[in-house]
Design a protein around this ligand. Structure first.
Ligand code: NAD
Length: 432
């Protein structure tokens, strides 16, 4: 153990990051920045080539910074797992998802661990960062790695550390977001703790891999449930003819016992709508139904329908209908200032409007094209003319680059699902 710790402290340990997406790519760059020689592994050849050319494909990573690290030989990428032969620390950041029946799909973790097992060597540290259900590291990953004949805690180290990265967040990033780690044995936790100390200000060790896995699911379930609660409050306020945004703002002045969450057109991304269901699935095995998770998912998934119903009412009042009306959707990403459209409620709203016979165009400076109802839509230029032509402009994502005053000035009617027009006074604006 001392040898690998010394290697890590001196940054002479060679590190591999497997899965170079929203989680793995920033980690690769951070490790390179602090002085490790780090190689990224991904089955997507295009991503590998892009990194080797020093070209970033996600927002939070600057190509100049990446390029400099590639040039200095700190960072490289490959699709070939054989590189693992010379690696001391391996970080697993491959995707996890749900299948059609909402059961966890951890097939990418399994495939990548089968590859790791082929090249496992003594004193290697394996860190799992992909979100998954409690028990995965011990019950699924450990046996695959031990097929090599080596024993965890003795010959190699295995720990789980949930990834907390929040793409687009300029205030909290890898280095200043505390990191939770839980190992299979206490030696595993200790080696993992020292590794993460090299890139993070604060590391929080927990008693087991299961606790670390559960921490992530608690965090995401907490968000999902609170978003659902406030989405339901938005529906209630609409029925009571109250402004939900005013209500939340006033409630937020309470200095204790209230944490503000904000309603919206639904919850998107790859985490909040997905991860809580890992717990539901796990608890079904123990004959327990996770009621909060199910209810929160249901409410959040229904928000695009709520938005479309509100649009229907608005148009009816003006003697129009969704069928035949022209909608300009502002923002396709699932949240502000990023280009990720996975499970984006904006796209779901476009789908419903199109199914109902609405004519839909969208603008998103970060999303040049997208697919909705088997059609490819391209982001349209945001001009005075387009704004004026739309029967309704729908703000689905509150990107900071939009000039909301200018948008309000030129649009006929605006439905603002994000309170993006806060502070802009106009009777053309209708809020969620
Ligand atoms: N995106 C987030 O904000 C976020 C935050 C915290 C945790 N997570 C979790 O982190 C994990 C990764 O998420 P992501 O958003 O980075 O995913 P992603 O889809 O952006 O990237 C995953 C990458 O892994 C690659 N990959 C798939 N299978 C592979 C394999 N067998 N070997 C090598 N590469 C492989 C893919 O080609 C892709 O480039 C997931 O479990 C996710 O739930 C994501």
């Amino acid at each position: 153990m001392e040898k690998v710790i010394e290697f890590i402290r001196k940054k002479s340990a060679r590190v591999a990051v497997i899965g170079l997406g929203y989680v793995g790519f920033p980690l690769l760059v951070e490790l390179g920045k602090v002085g490790f020689e780090v190689v990224g592994i991904d089955i997507d050849k295009k991503r590998v080539d892009s990194i080797n050319r020093g070209e970033s494909y996600i927002f939070d990573i600057d190509s100049n910074e990446l390029g400099a690290l590639v040039k200095r030989g700190r960072i490289s990428a490959t699709a070939d797992y054989r590189i693992l032969r010379g690696i001391d620390v391996i970080c697993i950041c491959v995707p996890t998802s749900l299948n059609k029946t909402k059961d966890p799909d951890i097939s990418h973790i399994i495939e990548c661990c089968q590859e790791i097992a082929k090249y496992l060597k003594r004193c290697q540290l394996i860190l799992v960062e992909s979100t998954t259900y409690p028990g995965t590291t011990r019950e699924i990953i450990k046996p695959i790695l031990e097929q090599s004949g080596m024993a965890v805690g003795k010959d190699f180290y295995l720990a789980f550390s949930p990834e907390r990265i929040d793409p687009g967040n300029k205030e909290y990033y890898l280095a200043n977001t505390p990191r939770v780690v839980g190992g299979i044995t206490s030696a595993c936790t200790e080696v993992a703790r020292i590794f993460f100390q090299q890139i993070t200000e604060k590391v929080v060790p927990v008693s087991s891999t299961e606790s670390a896995e559960m921490v992530k699911l608690l965090e995401n379930t907490f968000r999902s449930v609170n978003i659902a609660l406030v989405n339901e409050v938005a529906i209630i306020c609409n029925k009571l003819k109250l402004d939900v945004w005013d209500v939340i703002e006033a409630a937020s002045t309470k200095p204790f016992g209230f944490t503000p969450f904000y309603p919206g057109p639904g919850s998107g991304g790859h985490c909040i709508p997905v991860n809580p269901y890992y717990l539901s699935w796990k608890l079904k095995e123990l004959n327990y139904q996770t009621r909060f998770i199910e209810l929160a998912g249901k409410i959040n998934r229904n928000m695009p329908n709520f938005v479309v119903n509100r649009l229907d009412e608005l148009l009816n009042k003006r003697g129009k209908s969704i069928k035949g009306s022209f909608f300009l959707i502002l923002g396709a990403a699932y949240k502000r200032n990023i280009n990720d459209t996975r499970k984006s409620p904006a796209i779901e709203i476009m789908r419903i409007l199109m199914r109902k016979g609405g004519k839909v165009i969208y603008n998103d400076p970060y999303v040049p094209y997208l697919k909705a109802n088997r059609k490819t839509l391209r982001s349209q230029a945001l001009t005075k003319g387009t704004l004026a032509r739309a029967d309704c402009v729908v703000i689905t994502t509150d990107h900071s680059v939009y000039d909301y005053k200018w948008i309000v000035r030129h649009a006929k009617l605006i439905f603002d699902a994000r309170n993006a027009t806060k502070g802009v006074a106009s009777n053309k604006i209708v809020k969620l």
